[in-house]
Design a protein around this ligand. Structure first.
Ligand SMILES: NCc1[nH]cc(CCC(=O)O)c1CC(=O)O
Length: 311
C-alpha cells in the first residue's frame, strides 16, 4: 500500500512551517510525508499590491495545478489565503485547530499607544487598512508587502513605527516578543479563515489518505466555523482582497458567526451576526451574507469593484 503523502506548499518560511506542522500531525498515523515547495505568482510579484495583481488565487493557483496533475497528494494553505471557490475537481478535507484569530500590533518600540500616537503602521490587507481608518483615524496606514521576514526587516530598519499582522503568523515565525498590543476580535473582526491551516486535495485522493487527514489533522469544531465563514464569503462573491471580515466561534453547542464588510475609506461598516447548530454551517454563512448584502453591503461591494477597475 502507498503510505506516502506528498505535501505541496509555498516556499515561504510561514508556508514551510505550516507544511511541517501538518507533517507532524500525520506522523503518528504511520504514513510518511514529503514536502514539495512550489512557487506561486504571489511569491514572484513583490512590488505590486495584491489587489492590483488580481487577487483570485495568486498564492494558490500553481499549487492547485499540482493537485490536478497528481504531483502532490495534498496542498497546505493558510485557510485565509484560499479563494472562496476552489476548482470543481478539488475539495477541502481538513482544517487544523484554529490559533488565536486576532490581529496584533508589533513593534521594536515598547512605548506605543495605538489609541493616541500618530503612528506609521505597515499593513496591506484592505480589511486592516479600512479598520485602521475607522477605529484609529489618527494613524497612518502605510502599504507593505513581502513575506513576514521581509516585513520585520523593514520594521527593524525604521521604515514603520509598527506593523499590523495576524497573531498566528507572528507567533509561528517566532516574533511573539514584539507584540505590543493584541486587538480584540469583537470589533477588529478577523479575515475569514484566519489562524487555521486548510488541507486541499483532489476529490479522487484515496479513501485511506482522506481518512488519515480527517482523523489526524482535522479539528471538527474549527472546520464547522471556517466552513460557515467561507459560505459567508461566497455569498459576497469576494476573495481575500475585499475588506470583508468573518469570524465564527462555538458557544455551547451552537456556532455564532459575525460577518460584514467595511468601505475602503473606513466610513461605512455593515455587519450581521447569527447562531446555528454546527451542521447548519452553510445556511448560517449564507444568512449572514444575505443580510449584509441587503443592509448596504452590496453597495459597498460595487463601489469597491468600480474603484478597483479605475486604479
Ligand atoms: N496574508 C498573508 C498571510 N496569510 C496567513 C497569514 C498568517 C496566518 C493566518 O492568518 O492564518 C498571513 C500574514 C498576515 O496576515 O499577517
Amino acid at each position: 500500500m502507498n503510505k506516502l503523502i506528498r505535501i505541496g506548499t509555498r516556499g515561504s518560511k510561514l508556508a514551510l512551517w505550516q507544511a511541517e506542522h501538518i507533517a507532524g500531525l500525520i506522523k503518528p498515523s504511520g504514513y510518511r510525508t514529503e514536502i514539495v515547495p512550489i512557487e506561486t505568482r504571489g511569491d514572484k510579484i513583490l512590488d505590486v499590491s495584491i489587489s492590483k495583481i488580481g487577487s483570485k488565487g495568486v498564492f494558490t493557483e500553481e499549487i492547485e495545478a499540482g493537485l490536478l496533475n497528481g504531483t502532490i497528494d495534498i496542498a497546505v494553505h493558510s485557510a485565509k489565503d484560499l479563494a472562496s471557490e476552489i476548482p470543481d475537481e478539488l475539495e477541502l478535507v481538513a482544517f487544523t485547530e484554529r490559533e488565536q484569530a486576532n490581529d496584533v500590533i508589533v513593534s521594536y518600540r515598547k512605548d506605543i499607544n495605538l489609541a493616541k500616537d500618530k503612528l506609521k503602521i505597515g499593513t496591506s490587507a484592505t480589511r486592516r487598512v479600512a479598520f485602521l481608518k475607522h477605529f484609529y483615524p489618527h494613524v497612518e496606514a502605510a502599504t507593505i508587502r513581502g513575506n513576514l521576514q521581509t516585513r520585520f526587516a523593514k520594521l527593524e530598519a525604521g521604515e514603520y513605527d509598527a506593523l499590523l499582522l495576524a497573531y498566528a503568523g507572528v507567533y509561528r515565525m517566532g516574533f511573539e516578543h514584539l507584540i505590543v498590543e493584541k486587538i480584540e476580535t469583537s470589533y477588529f473582526v478577523p479575515a475569514v479563515g484566519q489562524g487555521s491551516i486548510a488541507i486541499e486535495c483532489h476529490k479522487k485522493l484515496s479513501f485511506d489518505k482522506k481518512e488519515i487527514l480527517e482523523r489526524w489533522v482535522n479539528h471538527p469544531e474549527t472546520e464547522h466555523c471556517i466552513r460557515a465563514e467561507r459560505a459567508f464569503l461566497r455569498t459576497l462573491q469576494g476573495g481575500c482582497s475585499i475588506p470583508a471580515f468573518g469570524y465564527a466561534h462555538t458557544e455551547g453547542n451552537m456556532i455564532t458567526l459575525k460577518g460584514g464588510i467595511i468601505s475602503l475609506d473606513g466610513q461605512q461598516i455593515v455587519k450581521a451576526k447569527h447562531s446555528a447548530p454546527p451542521a447548519d454551517f452553510k445556511a448560517l454563512g449564507e444568512r449572514v451574507g444575505d443580510e449584509v448584502l441587503i443592509n448596504g453591503g452590496s453597495t459597498i461591494l460595487s463601489d469597491i469593484k468600480s474603484y478597483a477597475s479605475t486604479t
